[in-house]
Design a protein around this ligand. Structure first.
Ligand code: AHG
Ligand code: MN
Ligand code: MN
Length: 339
C-alpha cells in the first residue's frame, strides 16, 4: 500500500481544532451521521432483495408519497442522532414538526435533514442521497423552538451529503474546505478519497428539468438558450445532465464543473427544493469548493428562513456559469423577481 488510509473518524478528530467550539461535540455528531449513513448504505444496496421498495402509503408535508426507504432513512438518522448525545433536536423533510430530544436538552447542536434525496429513483436503481445541515442552538438555556432551525445558511457550522451511488461517498464541510470519503464496504469505513475538493470555475454541464422549459421565467429561458447555444455565443452547446436526485446532480457538477438549476415555474412559483434541508447545506458545500449558489438574485445562504419547509428557486455550481445565469435574470426578469 503506497499511502496511509485515513478514515473519516481519524480525519474528523484530526480536524477538530478547526471548529470554533472545539470541544469534541461536533466531531461526535459528524461521526454519528457517518454511522447512520452506513446503515442506509446497507439498506439501499439490498433494496432489490427485500420488501423495502415501493410506497408506504403515507403522504408527507409536501404532498409527496413517502417511500419505504424514505421512512427507514428518516428513522435511522433520527435514532442515531438521538443516541449521539450531541444533538438537541432534528428537523426533517419527512416530518411536519421538529423533533426535540428532551433527554438531550444540554446538547449544543440541532440538525436539519433530507434523509433520502431522490426517492423517485429508488425503485429504478439510480443514485440517491442524504443531506445534512448542522447549526448551533441560538441559546442553550432556552427551550428549543423552530427558531433554532430558522437561521440563515451562513450560520451553519457543518453540512454535507452522502451519495449512495456506484460507490457510497460522504462529502462534508465545516467551513474549511470540502473533503470526500468513499465507503470501503469490506472494512465498513469511509476513507478519505477526495481531499480538498474544488469545483472548476467554468463547466460544460447544465442540469435542469428541461420538460418545464416553457414554464420558467424569461431570464431562465434566456439562460437555457445560452446553454443550448441558440444565442451563438459559444462554439457548441453545453451537455444536459439531469438525474433527478439533487445530491447526485450536485456531486457530478461539483467534480466536473457545471450548473444545477431548479427555478420557480408557473406550477411552483416558490420553486420545489427546500431551503433548510437541501438548498442551504448543498450551497455551503458548493461555496466551500469555490462555487456559488443563488436564488437568481440573492445568495442562498443569506436568505432568512421563515418556515421549516419553505422552498426557493436555486442555481448553483461553477461561478462563471452562475454569473451568466444571474445576468440573464437581472436583464430579462421583472424587477425583484428571482429565478
Ligand atoms: P426528495 O426525494 O428528497 O423529495 O427530493 C427530490 C428532489 C431533488 O432530489 C431533485 O433534484 C428534484 O426533486 C427533482 O424534481 P423534478 O422531478 O421536479 O425535476
Ligand atoms: Mn431531496
Ligand atoms: Mn427526501
Amino acid at each position: 500500500m503506497k499511502q496511509k488510509v485515513i478514515t473519516l473518524d481519524e480525519f474528523i478528530v484530526k480536524r477538530q481544532m478547526e471548529f470554533e467550539f472545539a470541544s469534541g461535540e461536533l466531531s461526535g455528531l459528524l461521526r454519528d451521521l457517518g454511522l447512520a449513513s452506513k446503515i442506509i448504505h446497507r439498506e439501499v444496496n439490498k433494496a432489490g432483495l427485500v420488501d423495502i421498495l415501493g410506497s408506504v402509503g403515507n403522504t408527507n408535508v409536501h404532498g409527496e408519497t413517502q417511500k419505504k426507504l424514505d421512512v427507514f432513512a428518516d428513522e435511522a438518522f433520527i435514532s442515531c442522532l438521538k443516541n449521539s448525545g450531541e444533538c438537541a433536536a432534528v428537523a426533517s423533510e419527512e416530518n411536519d414538526n421538529i423533533i426535540v430530544f428532551e433527554e438531550r436538552e444540554q446538547a449544543k447542536y440541532v440538525v436539519a435533514l433530507d434523509p433520502l434525496d431522490g426517492s423517485s429513483n429508488i425503485d429504478v436503481n439510480v443514485s440517491v442521497g442524504t443531506i445534512f445541515s448542522i447549526y448551533r442552538r441560538l441559546d442553550e438555556n432556552r427551550a428549543i423552538t423552530d427558531d433554532d432551525f430558522l437561521q440563515p445558511g451562513v450560520n451553519q457550522v457543518a453540512a454535507g451529503y452522502i451519495i449512495y451511488g456506484s460507490s457510497t461517498m460522504l462529502v462534508y464541510t465545516t467551513g474549511h474546505g470540502v473533503n470526500g470519503f468513499t465507503l470501503d464496504p469490506s472494512i465498513g469505513e469511509f476513507c478519505l478519497s477526495h481531499p480538498n475538493i474544488t469545483t472548476p470555475t467554468d463547466g460544460n454541464i447544465y442540469s435542469i428539468n428541461h420538460g418545464y422549459r416553457w414554464h420558467y421565467s424569461d431570464g431562465v429561458k434566456k439562460y437555457i438558450d445560452h446553454c443550448i447555444n441558440s444565442d451563438g455565443l459559444r462554439e457548441k452547446p453545453y451537455s444536459m445532465r439531469y438525474i433527478g436526485s439533487m445530491v447526485a446532480d450536485i456531486h457530478r457538477n461539483l467534480i466536473k464543473g457545471g450548473i444545477f438549476m431548479y427555478p420557480r415555474s408557473k406550477e411552483k412559483p416558490l420553486g420545489k427544493l427546500r431551503l433548510l434541508y437541501e438548498c442551504n447545506p448543498l450551497s455551503f458545500v458548493v461555496e466551500q469548493a469555490g462555487g456559488t449558489a443563488i436564488n437568481g438574485r440573492k445568495r442562498i445562504m443569506e436568505l432568512q428562513p421563515t418556515e421549516l419547509h419553505q422552498t426557493c428557486p436555486i442555481f448553483m455550481g461553477s461561478p462563471q456559469m452562475v454569473e451568466m445565469l444571474h445576468n440573464c435574470v437581472i436583464t430579462h426578469n421583472a424587477a425583484k423577481k428571482e429565478g
